[in-house]
Design a protein around this ligand. Structure first.
Ligand SMILES: Nc1ncnc2c1ncn2[C@@H]1O[C@H](COP(=O)(O)OP(=O)(O)OP(=O)(O)O)[C@@H](O)[C@H]1O
Length: 571
């Protein structure tokens, strides 16, 4: 329930639409009852041949009633849908904001398709929360209470009959339907999430599936997933129609009961026959309010599950929120970074990716991190980006990293990771991702500087940079980092696909700009490291050597051996 309470609180911020929906819903319901009551009375009066003006006046009342009912129903739909759309849009923004904070560590727990299904599908499911769960019962109770007060002036027996009908159609039967529907609803959510996950994997892995000739097999799997989802939906559709019909049948039986009770009362002289048709008509229409209650538990259950699934993702972000933001000024200057006994494992109870790492990156220093694949180099950079929480202390300018907003760090860091994403658009669009203030002239010069003089700013870039070579992507990513005005550079093998000549030009450009900045480069290549202030050598998640190039070569340790191997391979 607590998750739905969040959503109710969220909706109450748009109080006006909520109140107007209830108000017009009540007006539409009560005018419908009044209209039918007037019709029933009119029929009975007409049989007694009253003066013409009485009939004309009553027909006029009925006409005005119909008009008010239609207008109120329209206003109710208008305000309730407006409130719903506002709620959905607020929810999307809220969840996007939360997901953005947690970043890539989200994928430790969720597959991308599942996340998509939660953020799109589950938010979509919540549209029924207001439209079918929150306000219709309020309107129903208000209309029923008003009707019962009116009917009590004519017959207490009919009041009891209506109350029994209300309890049956609005409480007992929906509760029974809910039991039956629960399993189906849960299967629908599971199948939707599975389908969404399969579709996402199919798209991401399309090329590999084609090359390994597994496309057809995967397609069949996808079709099977889709068929299961459709079948569950059909099942749910059939059940809900059945439940509505059952509820309607019971409400008609109640009307028959009103007719029988009314007839007995008229025969016994306890009720004026003039009002019998009116009471029957009232019982017909008043259950119009309770028939949709057949679907109330289904929508309630669906909304609750959707809210739970959404908030279970968000709760993670709450736990990871930084403590305070009071030190966010530190990153305006080139920062120093210190790791003190830092250990980290991606998953609990699994082997450590980093173990007792103690290392310093002084302000304005240039550091290279080298070591075999899988030794934890990229993970170390990711910890500086606050992508994950680690044990031990990470300090930026002497302040614990937990006290920095993740966004403040990202804002001030120039990053090139092993894989960079490129968006569908032009070269200009992809460069301006970092800083919108660059002029076309500056951007053209930047392309020349990163050794891409042949690219035009208006050249198209396809989704994920499909029309760019690996080396072009790396140079564009570097240009994007250069276009950003941070003082801390985190570069993870930024030139692994480049030839040595281009690589050297690129580094010249980079070091000219980053003269006073703190630079950390992860590299597999050992050439050109003489210029670095320090080299950190990692192996199996541990820092095994630290020092300048000449110091490490003199010590003839691990780095020296790596260098010898590289030399022998190149000879
Ligand atoms: N998202 C992840 N979830 C679980 N384990 C991961 C994840 N990313 C990396 N690892 C594991 O952590 C270890 C260190 O990975 P990391 O990418 O930091 O190494 P690296 O030294 O940068 O390797 P490379 O030089 O190949 O890029 C590896 O054993 C890897 O399998």
């Amino acid at each position: 329930m607590s998750e739905l309470t969040h959503i109710v609180k969220n909706m109450i911020q748009d109080k006006k639409d909520v109140v107007l929906s209830v108000l017009f819903g009540f007006l539409a319901g009560i005018t419908a009852v009044g209209l039918f009551a007037a019709n029933g009375y009119l029929i009975s009066q007409a049989a007694l041949e009253p003066p013409m003006y009485v009939l004309i006046a009553m027909v006029a009342v009925v006409k005005i009633g119909s008009f008010i009912r239609a207008l109120s129903r329209y206003a109710e739909r208008y305000y309730s849908h407006r409130a719903t759309f506002t709620m959905l849009s607020d929810l999307r923004v809220y969840f996007y904001d939360k997901l953005e904070r947690i970043g890539t560590s989200l994928f430790q727990t969720y597959r991308s398709g599942d996340l998509l299904s939660r953020v799109v599908g589950d938010v979509e499911s919540l549209q029924n929360f207001f439209l079918r769960v929150l306000y219709p019962p309020i309107v129903m109770v208000l209309v029923f209470l008003s009707t019962i007060v009116f009917v009590s002036f004519y017959s207490l027996q009919v009041v009891i009959c209506l109350l029994v009908g209300l309890i049956l159609t609005a409480i007992i039967m929906p509760a029974w339907f809910a039991q039956k529907q629960k399993k189906v609803s849960s299967r629908i959510l599971e199948e939707r999430s599975q389908l969404s996950t399969d579709v996402a994997e199919w798209f991401y892995g399309f090329r590999e599936l084609t090359i390994h000739q597994k496309l057809e097999e995967k397609e069949q799997h996808l079709v099977a997933s889709s068929n299961r989802y459709i079948k569950e939906q059909e099942q749910a559709g059939i059940q809900s129609i059945f439940h509505q019909s059952m509820n309607m049948a019971v409400s008609l039986l109640v009307s028959w009961a009103v007719l029988a009770i009314g007839a007995l009362l008229v025969a016994g002289g306890e009720l004026d026959g003039l009002f019998l048709a009116m009471l029957i008509m009232i019982s017909f229409i008043v259950f119009e309010q309770s028939v949709p209650m057949a679907l109330f538990p289904i929508h309630y259950d669906e909304s609750e599950r959707a809210a739970k699934r959404l908030y279970s993702v968000v709760d993670q972000t709450e736990q990871k929120r930084p403590l305070s933001t009071q030190h966010n000024q530190c990153l305006y200057a080139s920062p120093s970074i210190d790791f003190k006994k830092v250990s980290f494992a991606f998953l609990k109870d699994q082997r450590s990716t980093l173990t007792d790492v103690t290392v310093s990156f002084p302000a304005g220093s240039k550091t290279a991190i080298v070591g075999p694949s899988g030794s934890g180099k990229s993970t170390l950079l990711n910890l500086i980006l606050k992508q994950f929480d680690a044990e031990g202390e990470i300090l930026i300018d002497g302040v614990p990293i937990s006290q920095f907003e993740q966004e403040i760090i990202w804002e001030k860091v120039n990053v090139v990771l092993q894989e960079s994403h490129f968006f569908y658009g032009t070269v200009r669009d992809n460069l301006l991702l970092s800083d919108q203030n660059w002029t076309d002239e500056d951007l053209k010069q930047l392309l020349v500087d990163v050794q891409l003089p042949y690219l035009n700013l208006d050249d198209p870039v396809l989704e994920k940079g499909q029309n760019l070579s690996g080396g072009e992507k790396q140079r564009l990513a570097m240009a994007r980092a250069i276009a950003k005005s941070g003082n801390l550079w985190l570069l993870d093998e930024p030139t692994s696909s480049l030839d040595s000549w281009t690589e050297q030009r690129l580094y010249e450009r980079l070091f000219t700009q980053a003269r006073n900045d703190t630079v950390i480069i992860v590299s597999h290549r050992l050439a050109g490291l003489e210029k670095m202030d320090q080299i950190i050598v990692m192996d199996q998640g541990k820092v095994i050597e630290v020092g300048s190039f000449s110091k490490l070569m003199k010590e003839k340790g691990y780095f020296y051996k790596l260098k010898q191997i590289e030399k022998s391979v190149l000879q």
